[in-house]
Design a protein around this ligand. Sequence first.
Ligand SMILES: Cc1ncc(COP(=O)(O)O)c(C=O)c1O
Length: 405
Amino acid sequence: MKTNLAINGGPKTIDKIFPWPIFDETEVNAVTDVIRSGKWGNPDCADLVKAFEDEFASFCGTKYALTCVNGSVALRLALIACGVRPGDEVIIPPYTFIATSTIVLEANCVPVFVDIDPDTYNLDPDKIEKAITKRTKAIIPVHFAGQACDMDKIMTIAKKHNLKVIEDACHGHGAEYKGKKLGSIGDAGCFSFQSSKNLTSGEGGMVITNDEKLFDMMNSLRNVGRVKGGEWYEHHNLGCNYRLTQLQVALLTTQLKKLKEQTKRRHDNGTYLNSLLEKIDGIKPLARGRGETIHSYHIYIFRYDKSKFSNLPKSEFAKMLAAEGVPSFMGYPQPLYKQPLFQEKNFMCYAIPDEADYTKVKCPVTEKACYEEAVWILQHAMLGPREDMEKFAEAIKKIQKAVKE
Ligand SMILES: Cc1ncc(COP(=O)(O)O)c(C=O)c1O
């Protein structure tokens, strides 16, 4: 290994800071104004919250938007309001964050894992119907990394089998499928505003819908079971306090103004990086052109083939790439069903049927993605100039050359 890799003390290919979150005095002033007003909570005074919800709904092209404490709770509110019953089955992909599965368990429902498409890493629509049983009530397609799922196929299957569709758009702020904002296509769409996300207030969540009944129920569940027109101490549904503060919303309102331009920059950089990486033997960007008119690149994912890198394991390659100054990572170490939670069935008080045995689940595409193939570049690295993308490609070529020497 003659080439001087940064992991061995050589110079980094790209030596710069990729800041996140990006903010200026607008955010500082917006939060300061809320502090000075003394109206920090919701619903003490929900002016900002309501205005932001209206703005987000209009941004997504839906009738309703409802803030809540995080993306997990957004999914939880949507699932429960969709009317699932204990023991119902919910189809999810195994290549996602744990919350997509735990909110199903917390509703006493059974997550059923359906493998991903090897070209997009999104739920493979051609494998969904085989997993549908009499107990299936909903599908949660995850627009992983900000790339749209094949929503036409998913919606057709859902309609045929009378299933609810809850889009996990926690990576997909501002992204589109055939010109429609992610989250606006199914019965409900859920977003996270946690610190790493493309739109953030540190923590936070949002659920959007066009269905008034669903919205009213989610609103009630978010607000300790209160209902429209009811009294303060009148509780109709089993909800909780899942409300967001006005301080968080002040941040989100200012950040939303920046999101559009940032999304375009990530989308353009991602497209450009694809054109550079597809020329490297052993590197394959995920497929584009499956209906995603805007990709939010919450994560830029490429597939790594170790046989073209002298059999260097993916985890080692990812460490070398990070050392070269590319904000990157090997991604999920294993499919969700391999987590101790599922293998050991540590479901505590939740009433999951005994038949649910996750030791027998096998989703080969997800396993390959986790163990061998997927490498992630993080969203804040996609906000720089095109030259950064050239440096990312250069760093990969430097590693390839080094391991072959
Ligand atoms: C795909 C996906 N779904 C759901 C969530 C949950 O969001 P939160 O962390 O805001 O609860 C996340 C968060 O990382 C996520 O990546």
